[in-house]
Design a protein around this ligand. Structure first.
Ligand code: GLC
Length: 502
């Protein structure tokens, strides 16, 4: 099959979060199943054409607002040889940030991502690339299914193209005032398609949810959670209408890129079979954090500093956790409020808490490798990749039972000696502290701990399994159902063309 994978961030070119990791690794796994997969993202300032050897491939003009804008397509490829198209439009993307700066989002994000969405459809036309599937991701590509169905569906090469829309986080919706929508060429019929009433809540995300052929989320549990108002972020109505087309497929990780037996950024290599090197990594991490060379438990966190990630719980639990004698090392940036609170906590517990307000991958790797435990007390978590990496690096996860955390970490059962982490359910600092205590009790029992580490490190969350699930879903989407076929032949519309096999 021909698949165009559209995302606003793709590692290693541009990354602010897990979406980039998924977009940077899932396409290769799909390609190894025999698909022709191409990826498309904007050419931000940080993507240096010379460094990535980008070549000019096409130029066209696109309507935006009431005028036309020139758009260039550059082409490069990933290390695995996947073709990557970059939408080059300096006035939109040649800026310091991807979505905004520390002062906030760019005020023209609606135009920026509407332009991106349209340009990737136009790109197919101009380059005569006929995708069976356009796989869209998050609100930045939510208008793709809408533009496709309303403006491009009747034209080759997009007349048979279907869309899959993956929600990586329902909390980010791309909401803009209705006037903006009209400026993007979206009339009232687009804003409230047949049977779907958004009221004032139209957003790029709701467009994706309404118009995509199928919707997926990044874990099964999150796909169920978002159908309850507690997790639906106000979108329970449309999610209920689309429930029959909503699926959960767990993210994977690139197990070659995340491998403690072969990681250039960590102090000593180790593996499930030969775990000894992890001690050296812990020593190195303690040094990096400015902690004494102690054998006491070390808890790591690599996280966005936001409410979603359970920062509130952590802050409330800190005094009780500190009494247990653990040390805590946090890497991440985010809301100013948490920068302030965590700075205060560091000054209160300088020997026990270290916070690094930045994101860099080599420090992240040092934390996965050097930590005994890895904390993710998220309020909600669509999938979460950090706990999956932590498992592989033998940093035993302590997680809240939500979304992908619940789907990837098995709570340790003391009796059976089975499990891969410590899971708590109630969203409260008390429940978090209990989970930390349970973890420390097992940590102090060497043979149990060894067996727990082995169970963690041998869990397989590589992409193979999930890529096959996407593959099945793509086939179901492009294969017309019995009903559709009957209708098409009755109407004499069946073009009789065989769909190209993948
Ligand atoms: C978002 C979600 C996270 C998920 C990632 C990749 O960042 O918050 O849970 O793992 O997308 O799908």
């Amino acid at each position: 099959m021909n698949i165009l994978f559209a995302a606003s961030e793709v590692a290693p070119f541009a990354k602010t979060g897990g979406l980039a990791d998924v977009a940077g690794s899932l396409p290769s796994a799909l390609a190894s199943l025999g698909h022709d997969v191409r990826v498309v993202l904007p050419r931000y300032r940080q993507v240096d054409p010379a460094q990535f050897n980008l070549k000019h491939r096409a130029t066209f003009h696109l309507p935006i607002s009431t005028w036309y804008e020139r758009c260039d397509i550059l082409e490069g490829s990933t290390a695995d040889g996947i073709t990557v198209y970059f939408v080059n439009k300096d006035s939109y993307y040649d800026r310091p940030g991807i979505y905004g700066t520390s002062r906030g989002d760019y005020p023209d994000n609606a135009e920026r991502f509407a332009f991106f969405s349209r340009s990737l459809l136009e790109l197919c036309r101009v380059m005569d690339f006929s995708p069976d599937i356009i796989h869209c991701n998050d609100w930045q590509t939510g208008l793709v299914p809408l533009y496709l169905k309303t403006q491009y569906a009747a034209q080759a090469p997009l007349d048979r193209t279907k869309t899959v829309f993956t929600v990586h986080n329902l909390g980010y919706q791309g909401r803009f005032p209705p006037e903006t929508m009209h400026r993007l060429g979206l009339g009232p019929e687009a804003l409230s398609p047949e049977g779907m009433e958004f009221g004032g809540a139209f957003s790029f995300l709701t467009a994706g949810l309404a118009y995509a052929d199928v919707i997926t989320t990044v874990s099964k549990r999150y796909s169920e959670e978002i159908q309850r108002s507690e997790y639906a972020c106000g979108l329970e109505g449309i999610l209920a209408q689309r429930a029959g087309s909503l699926f959960g497929i767990l993210n994977g990780i690139d197990s070659r890129a995340w491998d403690p037996a072969n990681d250039g950024a960590i102090s000593r290599h180790y593996s499930a079979v030969e775990p000894a090197g992890k001690e050296a990594c812990k020593d190195a991490l303690q040094k990096l954090a400015g902690f004494s060379a102690d054998s006491g438990p070390l808890i790591g966190m690599v996280t966005r500093l936001s409410e979603q990630k359970g920062l509130e719980l952590l802050v409330d639990a800190v005094p009780a956790i500190m009494k247990l004698g653990v040390r805590l090392i946090i890497l991440g940036t985010g809301e100013k409020k948490y920068h302030r609170i965590l700075t205060d906590l560091h000054s209160r517990y300088p020997e026990q808490i270290q916070v690094m307000f930045r994101f860099d991958e080599s420090t992240a790797r040092a934390i996965y490798a050097g930590s005994d435990l890895f904390l993710m007390p998220s309020r909600y978590e669509p999938c979460g990749l950090s706990q999956i990496i932590a498992l592989r690096y033998g940093a035993v996860p302590i997680v809240r039972k939500t979304g992908g955390l619940a789907d990837t970490v098995i709570d340790y059962d003391r009796q059976a000696g089975k499990g891969t982490g410590f899971v708590f359910d109630e969203y409260s600092s008390g429940a978090l502290v209990v989970a930390v205590k349970r973890a420390l009790a097992i940590k102090s029992d060497q043979s149990r701990w060894k067996s727990l580490l082995l169970q963690c490190m041998t869990k397989d969350f590589s992409w193979e399994h999930s890529a096959r699930e996407y593959d099945r879903l793509y086939h179901d989407v492009v294969t017309p159902s019995q009903n559709d076929r009957r209708e098409a032949s009755m109407a004499g519309k069946d073009k009789g063309g065989e769909r190209k096999a993948s």
